[in-house]
Design a protein around this ligand. Sequence first.
Ligand code: ADP
Ligand code: MG
Length: 323
Amino acid sequence: ETLCNQIAAGEVVERPAAVVKELLENSIDAGSRRITVSLLQGGRKEIRVVDDGEGMDADDALLALERHATSKIRTAEDLQTIRSLGFRGEALPSIAAVSRFELVTKTAETVAGTRIEMEGGVLRDVRETGCPPGTSVTVRDLFFNLPARRKFLRSVDTEMAHITDQVLRLALAHPGVHFVMSHGGRETHRFPPVKDLRERVGQVLGTATAASLAPFQLETPSFKASGVLSPPEAHRNSTRSLFVTVNGRPVKDRLLTHAVLSAYDSLIPRGKYPLVVLSLTLPSEEVDVNVHPTKREVRFRRPSEVTQGVKEALSRSLLRLQK
Ligand code: ADP
Ligand code: MG
């Protein structure tokens, strides 16, 4: 079992940023309004995510750490109706398998909270504890039991760049959630909750950048697309300026990237990229997020309808910009 977890962990947990992503997504799934991410040594020494979400009772907390126990896919129908961001029930056991892991959690209904300690996938301690409602997960010494993997961790700066990228992407996807991030005890980012995407873009990418962006929007019977985009002349050097989310989940999907870039076709030099924040919302039966272990790619039931729609929405907005 432990070995199985360690192997599976390799798929989900490639580096500290992957841990941050999974923990943040869980916090968002739990309806949190405020989430803090604290890191030591680029996440290799410690990653702690604290939220004020719905929390878990003792039984659920233990279940969450059992491989596949929490997978919400039980029937073929479940597959059609996966609503929440996560569904595989693999992240927590995988992370716990390759770290010194602590989970402290409490629901609003119970008096006492639960604290669970694991080491390399082995349960070390479970006890009641006093704590506020919500969940706190601490991941220490990532890959301490997999030296070969630990060797592959890069410099603190590189790991921090990956972590920051994940945090910014999730912050852009959830403007109403308060995010705070710190490294080595020093606050690096703080995004208080705001009403709309443009305000969040201002917090994350700067108010000058936000002011230069134009909105776009499209609603069809099968999906909704909205966001902001940069004028063609403000192009950048990398695809990292494309922020795409599907049902609240940041993705890197080839079809969607292509759809976005095709709206700029011939307006931007080859090898340059626009800044686009695109948020797609579809009923769960229109999209399959169960394609890749880290859920970066998605599969649409009507891909050409979505990509055409996205391209047209962006093109219209670009035309208005040029007038
Ligand atoms: P998944 O998110 O795919 O269900 P995870 O391993 O990430 O699998 O989480 C397992 C389960 O633990 C979740 O389904 C959820 O019920 C619970 N859980 C995890 N993190 C939190 C959290 N921060 N707040 C409340 N519940 C959580
Ligand atoms: Mg999850």
